[in-house]
Ligand binder design. Sequence first.
Ligand code: PEP
Ligand code: MN
Length: 361
Amino acid sequence: MSHELDILPLEEWCNEGRQPLYISGPCSAETEEQTLATAKQIEALGKVKVFRAGVWKPRTRPNSFEGMGEVALKWLQTVKSMTSLKTATEVAQPKHVELALKYGVDMLWIGARTVVNPFSVQEIADSLKGVDIPVMVKNPLNPDVSLWLGALERINQSGIKKLMAIHRGFDFLKRSPYRNAPMWEVPIELKRRVPKLPIIVDPSHIAGKRDLLFDVAQRALDLDMNGLMIESHINPDKAYTDAAQQLTPESLGAMIDQLVVRRQKGNYDFQHKLEEYRSEIDKLDGVLIETLAQRFKIIDEVGEYKKNNNIAIYQVKRWSNILMDRVENGETQGINKEFLLKVLQLVHKESILRQSKKYKE
Ligand code: PEP
Ligand code: MN
């Protein structure tokens, strides 16, 4: 099946030149003051073109802040009239689309939790028939490039030609430092399949915390992505949602200043393969660490057991058996004997240390 999206190039409807498109604003529009003050400070940076703010928030659990709804659309209208920024918000239902259009929101995006459901995407697509508005489609929660592309196709088939994808990472690798694993090979594969499709990256939802934002943002630019959506808030620590990942507009400006925009265009086949390898390595490192943690957990239990039965921690015979067995196993799998010995000795040393602590408890 071919993926011929009938879309307009980004430069024709949004961005001049090859500068990255910057979108920023709070995770949620909380109050009129917070929304307006954030927008004004963002505008003053002179770098951001579009103001984002969540009006309906898809929360994991009930009874948390679920967005201000329609009243917040009025605040976005004020942002539009009082600043030079365009406005954007998330829509998850036809009703949201209807209201966002009523209040003149300039751009819409479909969130990761909605994109996983083709029925919901189709309903949104149907509600967009005959409307000329830019739509951004976030990746689904799971790393499925076809599901992501399918959502883009549904929106496109409703006649939306100002179309863009947003990479916000995947709810996949629990033991990575990120809130959502970037798995860069997935957006690269999307770009490879549909080279003309603009893709921007959302470092905020990938990183989940402020100190990882810069690296994710720089990586996005290094991979020739078309822009960044970054959450910002006048008082991030007090934000109702996603407090740990939002920046003040001032820090956002400083961060954008530090980012390096590369000139070289990516070869997507090469990048895709490379990122696939890197993701595999990330996963295996996760497995290594998890396995070590499990081993130490059992070591602790054995320590407890030995202590309760008054048995010596160190048992020479068992250790030499372990060494012989493991080194032999490693050698048959192409692992250097000296290297494996060092690793095993380190693990053994740490295990004895943990068990000795048990004896002191
Ligand atoms: C958001 O942009 O605030 C949001 C809810 O994002 P996502 O759909 O990527 O989780
Ligand atoms: Mn958010």
